[in-house]
Design a protein around this ligand. Structure first.
Ligand SMILES: Cc1cc2nc3c(=O)[nH]c(=O)nc-3n(C[C@H](O)[C@H](O)[C@H](O)COP(=O)(O)OP(=O)(O)OC[C@H]3O[C@@H](n4cnc5c(N)ncnc54)[C@H](O)[C@@H]3O)c2cc1C
Length: 382
């Protein structure tokens, strides 16, 4: 579907840009990098409070919970500006992008009234509890069990690769509530809201390839979930989780996570690049422009209440492959740049970092092969 951004949305972009220039200082970025309190030190907490004061978390949610009832495009513009500026979003991003929308659709009214305003105030962050040791791509093989008891549900099992679970207040978990049926192997899973402070939950760090602690293993030992923390229909979460993944797969974070590589490349090539280098930059920008158009289109479909799973899979596949190749493209285009006044050392350091991070783009949120399977099915090819 063909969508564009309105003048009002572009005005918001200017406001967000000015806000970031004023509030995202070098000392804040150093605080994030230095890992003080896991990158969530006092300056970052202050920034989240200011973003919340602006009404920029849950901006598209209903006013009755504190939202602004603006469109997905406003959210799009903000995400784009935060990513391009390298400004931190860890604390509110997951809740704003997907956990909040899941609660809006499937939580009980009392749960919505309790949690959604807290997310909007920037006081509450979320983790995604889908993957397990033997169930990553094949989500519907999840084994972590929720068994019914008088007071609600008792959970036992293990989730893995859970990003930022060590900071999260809540998780939305995909849990097995009964066995799959012969007719439908996806049957038998349900979604729950999990309070990460509940007794019986252990969060253990998994250190990534850059030495950072982003993801975790989360173990559940007889964790009690009250009845009203069931989200949606028992045993039918496969439909809900598929819709949630459309939110996870289509945003600008799927091609802007390492955009600093492109801006750094343009900086180091200078105002008068050679023909080969100018062509290379032109090609990258043209590809980026197309990706952005596709991503905006999916945003438009989401705001029209559609579930663009196929389109979101295409954005994620094309976008993550693009950003995965970006460090190598940049290194090739900068081959002939020497260090005279160019600060080549900084460029090389950033490219090295981006190269180490690159493999994750085509794994997180669904691997390349899985996305291509979805696309093939959507096109009627399998
Ligand atoms: C940085 C990062 C953050 C993450 N954060 C989270 C998180 O917060 N929450 C969460 O739940 N998960 C998270 N994940 C996990 C991620 O969703 C899984 O790693 C991913 O879905 C793949 O699952 P797996 O690791 O079990 O690999 P597997 O599913 O075992 O896949 C291994 C390989 O086999 C291929 N393969 C598997 N099945 C098929 C098939 N049917 N056809 C063709 N090829 C196939 C895959 O493409 C892959 O190349 C994160 C992962 C990363 C890298």
């Amino acid at each position: 579907m063909d969508f564009g951004l309105t003048q009002e949305q572009e005005d918001l972009r200017q406001e967000v840009r000015a806000f970031i220039a004023e509030n995202v200082s070098q000392s804040l970025l150093d605080e994030m990098e230095g890992g003080e309190e896991g990158g969530r030190g006092p300056e970052y907490r202050e920034l989240v409070a200011k973003v919340a004061d602006k009404g920029w978390i849950g901006i598209s949610w209903p006013k009755q919970y504190g939202g602004r009832e603006r469109s997905h495009f406003e959210r799009y513009v903000m995400t784009e500006e935060f990513l391009v500026a390298g400004a931190p979003t860890k604390a509110h991003f997951t809740a704003d992008r997907q956990s909040g929308p899941v609660l809006l659709k499937y939580a009980s009214e009392s749960l919505k009234q309790k949690i959604l305003p807290a997310i909007i105030r920037g006081e509450c962050s979320f983790a995604i509890g889908m993957s397990e040791p033997e169930s990553g791509s094949d989500l519907f093989a999840a084994k972590t069990r929720a068994e019914k008891c008088d007071r609600g549900w008792v959970v036992n099992g293990r989730k893995v690769w859970t990003s930022f679970a060590h900071h999260a207040d809540y998780m939305i978990a995909l849990l097995r509530t009964s066995s799959p049926t012969k007719e439908n192997r996806r049957h038998g899973l349900s979604q729950f809201l999990v309070d990460m402070k509940a007794p019986g939950i252990t969060v253990s760090p998994i250190i990534n390839s850059t030495g950072q602690h982003d993801f975790n293993e989360v173990t559940f030992e007889n964790v009690l979930l009250p009845k009203d923390q069931l989200l949606g229909e028992v045993d039918m979460a496969w439909k809900q989780a598929t819709a949630e993944l459309a939110f996870e797969r289509s945003g600008p974070e799927r091609f802007l996570e390492n955009i600093y590589v492109l801006t750094e490349l343009i900086r180091i090539l200078g105002a008068q690049p050679g023909q080969r280098e100018a062509e290379g930059i032109g090609r990258l920008i043209a590809q980026l422009h197309t990706l952005r158009q596709m991503s905006i289109s999916v945003s438009g479909m989401l705001s029209h209440g559609k579930e663009p799973s196929l389109e979101a899979a295409i954005v994620k596949d094309v976008g993550t492959n693009w950003e995965q190749q970006l460090p190598n493209c940049a290194r090739n285009l900068a081959t002939f740049v020497n260090d005279e006044g160019n600060n080549r050392g900084r460029f090389d350091e950033l490219i090295q970092n981006a190269t180490i991070m690159a493999p994750k783009y085509t794994i997180q949120g669904g691997t390349r092969e899985i996305l291509r399977g979805i696309i093939a099915r959507g096109l009627g090819l399998r």
